[in-house]
Design a protein around this ligand. Structure first.
Ligand SMILES: [Zn+2]
Length: 154
């Protein structure tokens, strides 16, 4: 990275970029390449070109202008929640890894009792037991309550 101060040195010709750059390039030429790079390639959130970007001017014409390109977690296969690299290509819910996706799914359930012994005010466990005895459900109580709430909202 070249910071702003260094860029000023490049512009005033006091600094010669080390790699592959022509020396003694007039300031206005460097500025023109830099301006053209911003105009042609810069796109907010995608490609950013700093004010202090290095400009490597080639003798035969043209120049490389240093730029930043944005990469998303999704592009890099990184779980947005735990910042770990996803182990397989099969992405979980919303691009999360399997364990984060499981947690998100649990957290997304509307009813989360504080204790396993809590009864939902509208769907008491006695009703759930009745359905279990009749073979109408094989869900656990909490899952059953959430299924009832989903049916209510549907
Ligand atoms: Zn994760």
């Amino acid at each position: 990275m070249v910071d702003g101060e260094l860029m000023n040195e490049v512009l005033t010709g006091e600094f010669s970029p080390a790699q592959g750059a022509a020396t003694k390039v007039p300031q206005k030429i460097i500025v023109a390449y830099h301006r053209a790079a911003k105009r042609r390639h810069e796109s907010e959130g995608e490609v950013e070109i700093d004010d202090g970007a290095q400009v490597n001017v080639f003798e035969d014409g043209g120049a490389y202008v240093q730029a930043w390109v944005w990469v998303t977690d999704e592009d890099a296969c990184i779980c947005p929640t735990c910042r770990e690299e996803l182990t397989d290509d099969g992405k979980g819910y919303d691009g999360e890894c399997d364990s984060c996706a499981d947690r998100s799914f649990e957290a997304s359930k509307p009813w989360k009792p504080e204790s396993v012994w809590d009864d939902h005010p509208k769907f008491p466990s006695s009703e759930w037991r009745y359905e279990c005895d009749n073979g109408d459900t094989r869900l656990g109580y909490v899952d059953w309550v959430n299924a009832q709430l989903e049916n209510d909202n549907a």
